[in-house]
Design a protein around this ligand. Sequence first.
Ligand SMILES: Cc1cc2nc3c(=O)[nH]c(=O)nc-3n(C[C@H](O)[C@H](O)[C@H](O)COP(=O)(O)O)c2cc1C
Length: 194
Amino acid sequence: MKKIVVAITGASGTIYGLRLLKALKANPAVQTHLIMTKWAWENLAIEHTGYTKQGVLDLADEVYNERNMGAAVASGSFLHDGMVIVPASMKTIASIATGMGDTLVGRAADVTLKERRPLLIVPRESPFNQIHLENMLKLSKMGVEIIPPIPAFYNNPQTIDDIINHNTMKLLDHLHIENQLSQRWQGINQAHQS
Ligand SMILES: Cc1cc2nc3c(=O)[nH]c(=O)nc-3n(C[C@H](O)[C@H](O)[C@H](O)COP(=O)(O)O)c2cc1C
């Protein structure tokens, strides 16, 4: 059984986090541990994801209050197979890059780093300023995988769902969880080349 920690923060794109949880829930070999920040809950209502609060809670195996610094995921002795912050606000990224540990998301990420476990961050802001970029570079140098939700078009997405699924596929791939959520690149058919 793989244990994955999922954090959803108050950046736009709550649906990216929910889609990952949905995909993980469909996999009987995965157990999820969810932290939703206050502003993630606010955005859930603002962004018309179609999920109720209970609907979100039902997607995860365990849910932690972001103020509970005594939660299991706050300790390195809690073994897990990776943490994904999706979407990640610039505020949470700054907190992690400076080792603040001031919220449960920041603390769980700090612990993931010190234990040298996979940490995936899906940053959502545009444009990035120098502070955002420097924080992400610092984390990247420590081995954090920065996976922005930038759509691909080679798979000819027809709907927003297609775009979200493609990003979710990338996250599952980086967690080494087998999936066929989206179309993969099959190579160029030479007949189409000029
Ligand atoms: C509708 C809405 C959209 C937001 N979108 C973003 C965003 O895309 N990126 C970002 O860094 N912050 C965004 N914010 C601001 C964050 O919610 C804010 O910085 C918050 O303190 C983040 O805290 P958290 O990381 O603990 O959730 C948004 C806020 C609101 C209300």
